[in-house]
Design a binder for this molecule. Structure first.
Ligand code: FAD
Length: 452
C-alpha cells in the first residue's frame, strides 16, 4: 500500500471547493443531468460513439451516492430484471482500467452472503437456481470453506452463498475516472452547474436551463439520483422515489481477515485497495419521513413490508425542507439544486457505535484498528427496488435513469451502455424493457424481488 493511498480520504471527492463556471456550450446532441456513476458512464459511452454530449453536475462528480457507497460490484442476489445488464457491467469493469488508462480499484474477490443457520443457508437455494440459468457460478459453501475465505472471523456461520466472480471497486475513484475518460473522448463535463429546468418547443424538449445559461438540445437524460423525483415533478412527470440514509465508515489499513465482500446481518465489510476496510451495519437503514413518504406510501408498501426489520423511520428537518420546496420554480433564479450542492447527510452516531461493536465481535483482530473516516449517503429507491430507465412519452426528448436502489454502483457501467443505446435508438444487446416507468402506473403488481 502506498503512502499516498493511505492518505486519500473518501470525502476528498465531494468536499472540495467548486471550480469556477466554465464557458457554457450553446448546444449539444444530448445533455445529461447528474454526474454520478450512471451519468458519467452514459456520457462516456455516448462520447466514444461520437455523440456531442454535455453533462451538468450541480456539485462534484460522485459527490452523492456514487462516491459514498460500499463499493460492492456484485451480481449475487440481484433481481432477475437486472441480471443481463449486470453481466455486461462486470465485463466492462474487467477491462475498464485498461480502457480508460486509470485505476478504479476494481478486482474480483467474491461476494459472500453468510448464513447463521442451515435454514438461512437453504433459503439462498432459489437464487442459486437463478444463477445456474445464467451460468453465473454461484454456489452454497459450508462452514469450513467459508472459514478458509474469511479466516479472521470469530463467528461460526453455517455457510454462505458465494459468487466468486463478483468484485469490488473504489467509489471515490471510479466515477471521476470515467468522467475524465468521457472528456478525453469529447464529452463536456460541467461541475458546479445545476440544471434548473427544461425548455420545450411544440411540446418536446428544446433546451436545458442551467444556472450558467441555456444549452439547446433535443435529448435530455435525467440521471439526478436522489433529486430525480423532485426534478421530474416540476415537469409534471411522476417518478415514485424515496430516500434512505446509510451510514458508512472505513478503517485504517490492517491485517487481512477476509477476501472479497462479506455480508452478515450485523456487518457489511469489504477490503479496500488501501489495505483498510469499508464497513457498515448490515441491517440498519434510516428513512427520513417527508411529504413524499405519504405521497408514495401505497406504492412503497410492499418494499416497506419486506424491509420493515431494517428500515428505521426518522423525523426531522428533511420533512420541513421538502415541505418548503415548491413544486415548480422560476428558471431565472437559484433553484433547490443550487441550495444543496452536495447532499451530505451526517452519519448517525448510534449506527457508528453498532458498526464498531459488530466489527470487533466478528473480527477480533480488527478491534484495535481505528475507524479513520465516517460518512453517510442518501440512497434513493424505486418502489420495486430496481431502476427506472425510460423515455418519457409525455415529454418527447426527455429520459430518466434513476432508482438504482442501493445497488447502482456495480451496475453503473452496464447501465451507461444501455442508456446510451436508448438515447441513440440503437440496440445494447440486452433487454431493459422491464425497467420502464409505466410499470408503477399500469396496475401491474409492485413486487420487489430483492432488498435495498
Ligand atoms: C451508503 C450507500 C451504500 C451503497 N452501496 C452500494 C454498493 O456496495 N454497491 C452498489 O452497486 N451500489 C451501492 N449503493 C448504491 C449506489 O451508490 C447508487 O445506486 C448509485 O451510485 C447511483 O448512481 P447515480 O448516478 O444514479 O446517482 P448519484 O451518484 O446520486 O448521482 C446523481 C447526481 O446528480 C446530481 N444532480 C441532481 N440534481 C441535479 C441538477 N438539477 N443539476 C445537476 N446535477 C444534479 C447530484 O448532485 C448527483 O451528483 C450504495 C449507496 C449508498 C448511499
Amino acid at each position: 500500500m502506498s503512502e499516498q493511498a493511505s492518505k486519500t480520504t473518501v470525502s476528498d471527492t465531494w468536499t472540495k471547493p467548486l471550480p469556477p463556471a466554465e464557458k457554457m456550450p450553446a448546444e449539444a446532441d444530448v445533455v445529461i443531468i447528474g454526474g454520478g456513476i450512471v451519468g458519467v458512464s452514459t456520457a462516456w459511452m455516448l462520447a466514444r460513439q461520437g455523440v456531442d454530449v454535455v453533462l451538468c453536475e450541480k456539485g462534484h462528480i460522485a459527490g452523492e451516492q456514487s462516491g459514498r457507497n460500499w463499493g460492492w460490484v456484485r451480481i449475487q442476489g440481484r433481481d432477475t430484471r437486472e441480471i443481463p445488464m449486470m453481466l455486461e457491467s462486470l465485463r466492462i469493469w474487467d477491462g475498464l482500467a485498461d480502457e480508460i488508462g486509470e485505476d478504479v480499484g476494481f478486482q474480483r474477490g467474491g461476494c459472500f452472503f453468510t448464513a447463521g443457520s442451515m435454514k438461512e443457508l437453504q433459503s439462498f437455494e432459489s437464487w442459486v437456481d437463478i444463477a445456474r440459468e445464467y451460468e453465473i457460478g454461484t454456489r452454497l459453501i459450508n462452514a469450513a470453506e467459508l472459514a478458509r475465505h474469511v479466516p479472521g472471523s470469530a463467528v461460526k456461520w453455517a455457510g454462505a452463498m458465494l459468487t466468486e466472480s463478483d468484485g469490488r471497486a473504489e467509489p471515490h475513484k471510479a466515477a471521476p475516472a470515467i468522467a475524465r475518460a468521457a472528456v478525453r473522448s469529447g464529452a463536456r463535463v460541467l461541475t458546479g452547474c445545476a440544471v434548473r429546468g427544461i425548455e420545450t418547443s411544440g411540446g418536446a424538449v428544446s433546451a436545458v436551463v442551467t444556472e450558467h445559461g441555456t444549452i439547446k438540445t433535443s435529448t435530455v437524460l435525467c440521471a439526478a439520483g436522489a433529486w430525480t423525483s423532485m426534478f421530474c415533478r416540476s415537469l409534471d412527470i411522476d417518478v415514485p422515489q424515496l430516500r434512505v440514509r446509510g451510514t458508512v465508515a472505513r478503517t485504517a489499513p490492517a491485517t487481512n481477515v477476509l477476501n472479497g465482500n462479506v455480508f452478515d446481518e450485523r456487518l457489511g465489510i469489504r477490503r479496500r485497495e488501501d489495505g483498510g476496510y469499508t464497513v457498515a451495519h448490515g441491517s440498519v437503514l434510516e428513512h427520513p419521513v417527508t411529504p413524499s413518504s405519504f405521497r408514495y406510501f401505497a406504492k412503497f408498501l410492499p418494499a416497506l413490508m419486506q424491509e420493515f426489520k431494517i428500515v428505521q423511520l426518522s423525523f426531522g428537518r428533511d420533512f420541513v425542507d421538502e415541505w418548503r420546496t415548491p413544486k415548480t420554480w422560476s428558471l431565472d433564479a437559484p433553484s433547490p439544486f443550487e441550495e444543496t450542492r452536495v447532499l451530505n447527510p451526517a452519519p448517525t452516531p448510534k449506527v457508528l457505535q453498532g458498526i464498531r461493536k459488530n466489527l470487533d465481535t466478528i473480527f477480533p483482530q480488527l478491534a484495535n484498528t481505528p475507524i479513520i473516516e465516517s460518512w453517510a449517503g442518501m440512497i434513493e429507491s424505486s418502489p420495486d427496488v430496481v431502476p427506472i430507465i425510460d423515455a418519457i412519452d409525455t415529454l418527447p426528448g426527455f429520459h430518466v435513469a434513476t432508482g438504482f436502489s442501493g445497488h447502482g454502483f456495480g451496475i453503473g457501467p452496464g447501465a451507461g451502455k444501455a442508456i446510451a443505446a436508448m438515447l441513440t435508438g440503437t440496440d445494447c444487446g440486452f433487454d431493459i424493457s422491464a425497467l420502464k416507468l409505466g410499470r408503477f402506473f399500469d396496475g401491474s403488481p409492485i413486487r420487489p424481488q430483492v432488498t435495498i
